[in-house]
Design a protein around this ligand. Sequence first.
Ligand SMILES: [Cu+2]
Length: 537
Amino acid sequence: MYDRPYKDMRSFYQVAGIHGLPYEPYDRVIGVHEYNSSGWVKDRWGGYCHHGDSMFITWHRPFMLLFESILVNEAKKIALQYNDDEKEKYVEAAKQLRHPYWDWADEKAIEGVPEIFLIPEIEINTPNGRKKVKNPLKSYTLPVDLSHPLEKGHNPWDKPHFIVPTSVPFTPAGYPTIRYPNDNYEDQNDILNASLSVYVSTVFRPGLYQMFHLSEYLPFSTIGTEQSEGTSVPPPPSVFFESAHFASIETTHDAFHLVSGGLGGHLSHATTAAFDPLFFFHHVNVDRLFALWQEVFPNSWVSQNIDALGTYTEEINATIDENTDLTPFRKTKTEFWKSSDIRYIEKLGYTYPQVMMFKGQDPKNLQAYLLKLYKPDPYYGLRFFAKLTIKESKLVGPYSVRVFVNLKNATAQTPITSPHFAGLVAMWHNINHFHAINNICVMETVDITAAMKQLGIRIEIHNYTQEVNNVTDLLNSTTIFDIENNITIVPVLLNGKGISLKDAGVNKVEVISFEHDKVNPNFLEENTGQYYDAKNF
Ligand SMILES: [Cu+2]
């Protein structure tokens, strides 16, 4: 796929280029071309991919399938090039090949990104014998200049030093994709692994743990929750507003993008993310999590929503539902795949190991398995959450909103390895090249229980399941939180600079606690939550 001419539809460049840059038609599916040398004409997202709406999770499914089917076809062709004594083995392997996923919430991910994504060279058995080759999973070299006009022709290895870009990553032709670039345009894998290790326990595992409790499609699938003004979309299910909006698959996915790319890294920006080969291992994992969630909640499915950001082919604020075309993925010459077509993975001819393990069983068994697998910390009778409402951000470029417990003077310089750091909400989607997109509202929730535990804040005064009948009394008797003193919200740009709550669009923070009812694992959605305190900014 790397070696094909870049205009070939089966080249890595063309397929990866569906997601964001170069904002050009794939498979003759014409969109708006509102990006020119002077920048964006309109505040509309220029790639085909959906973010911040209910098609985020369904759009990426045919995207992964397209990539995988091309990859497998290449493998089948390469297999035929081996000598007769090896050919059969490779032909068989190519038949079995599927794009792997990397589970970044697995406990093993605390040790960092698997080495296969980091080493510069690998030795493989080619049809012409064993060879050392440039590792295709470490980076991809852009064949086309996609750089900002000011960067054109610039060589990042030139002196004076390349300056790590604070917005769109460096993307001239002939240079590899990169993660956490330093001033010499080299990957900083130590920073990548150290950051990832913190995220696994503070963001990924708590995020998935919350997600596998959410039975409603919208809160599960996306960060965007509030309708934009002037649209006529019916209100979402009542549970959507009445209960807190817990971590969606999208917000956890967003956090992975930020932490894997870092400042100046291609994965950190929707415009360039798909050019890093790690993107596909990440998104196949996201698809797997989607498939598992579908098995747990088989009756939940795409509901009507609005596309607040727009795409290359979709107007801003277009009404979308399960019958909206997943462009540019063609089902036939005249029809596109729709979310309703990709609902059942078995009908598409694939599955995942954990889906198979629990086939035919009560979905609660799979849910219990997943909750155990991603449990962020030992069982507590109560869990505490900081729920953030973020809207009208003034920022161009990704940032994160960090939550600290009992550290009133926390700043952007406070390391995330601090025991006071509870977790964060990643803001990944709110960008175009040059304009902030403000018509999105994010409500996401950070689990602060583990940080409280680490700080020695008493979470349970009794083993309440046995001894305390009235949880409200319990909560009222322990004044754990007032937000003013106990919770500090710190928005931080990718370059580590702090920004004001106002610029970051942080409108509100609420602290909520829930009792975890073992009998009914859907505790997040039932109104058992205690609102402790709320603060508007
Ligand atoms: Cu993504």
